[in-house]
Design a protein around this ligand. Sequence first.
Ligand SMILES: CC(C)(COP(=O)(O)OP(=O)(O)OC[C@H]1O[C@@H](n2cnc3c(N)ncnc32)[C@H](O)[C@@H]1OP(=O)(O)O)[C@@H](O)C(=O)NCCC(=O)NCCS
Length: 335
Amino acid sequence: MHNSKFLRGFRQTSVARMWEFMNSSEDSDSDSESDSDDHSAVMDIVLGKARLSDVDSIVSIFLNSLDFLDFEDRDWIEGVVRKRSKRVRIYVARLGNEVAGFVLLYKKRDKAYIDAFAVDPRYRGIGIGKKLLSYVEEILKQEGVEKLYLTVKNSNNNALGMYIKHGYRIVSTVLVLESLVNSINGDGLEQSKKLVKVVEARDAFKSRVKLLDTSIWTNFTWDADSAIYKAIKREQKSLVIYIGKRLAGVVALSTNKDHVVVERLAVSYYMPAESIKIVINAVKEYIEDRGLGKIIRIPVDSTKATMLQTLISLGFRIVYSEYVLCKNLADEEEE
Ligand SMILES: CC(C)(COP(=O)(O)OP(=O)(O)OC[C@H]1O[C@@H](n2cnc3c(N)ncnc32)[C@H](O)[C@@H]1OP(=O)(O)O)[C@@H](O)C(=O)NCCC(=O)NCCS
């Protein structure tokens, strides 16, 4: 695949050996920047939009970064690259023919959100991530984006350090809650359960009723994700839950092995705690009836006190948290 000696060598070395390799002029191609200083590795990086031929490498970097990222499968990644949507895109850093890192981002009007960002473990710590991040920030800024958001798992201190160094600030926290589906507490709902109606819907979120969202993610991802799901012909499970004629809430579910992830949960402003209980119990029955999974996971913004209290009272436990960071691209002067 890689015809230059330079790249073959590059691939096989560890980062430390790679420096040795890159700085030894006898192994370099004549047109490579053999005279340049230590930054030559960074100089050879080409930044741009992902192509279909990059998909396998992106998947493999994803698979090598699972401690820090939530996995998106190959079809999904390919769907994003094929779709060429302005709202969801992937940018890559290339070293020769090889993808060394990628950023998956969403854009919505003057805001954007980085959903996934990783560098191949062999090339971490040599400036590629910083270059790629600055590159996407510049593109988004040119497009009028003022605020760029992302989230970092609470255990990922290196990435957190990098973002803070890069001008990002922690603006909130998302708590990720989980429960075994069969241990969700349905006490006291006997009466209202009789009135509950669950409707599968395509556009549950086009509802005109004002709904409370649970986390930052879905604000950015929902519309764009729907388009990708359609393109890759995958079913997205969207449920609208009523108590009698009253709308209690809407949920979007995705499944990943034993986990059912509530990608979006929005409940009525009217009696929110009651609505949450009803919605979650309706989801529980829906999952059980179809054998969709054993564990239900719900990310919730830490400011949503009622939502958190109610879910914990239903038996959910916090399993980890993520910092939400934001960089104001509009007043970025120094860099
Ligand atoms: C996070 C990641 C994308 C960064 O890419 P990278 O190419 O390794 O990063 P770079 O070499 O460009 O820069 C890292 C910067 O962070 C700084 N940094 C690293 N660890 C740090 C820490 N614990 N505290 C403070 N700063 C830290 C480094 O000092 C460096 O800045 P400097 O060069 O100005 O000194 C990469 O390490 C990675 O893929 N990690 C696994 C996946 C991941 O965590 N993704 C982010 C999910 S939100």
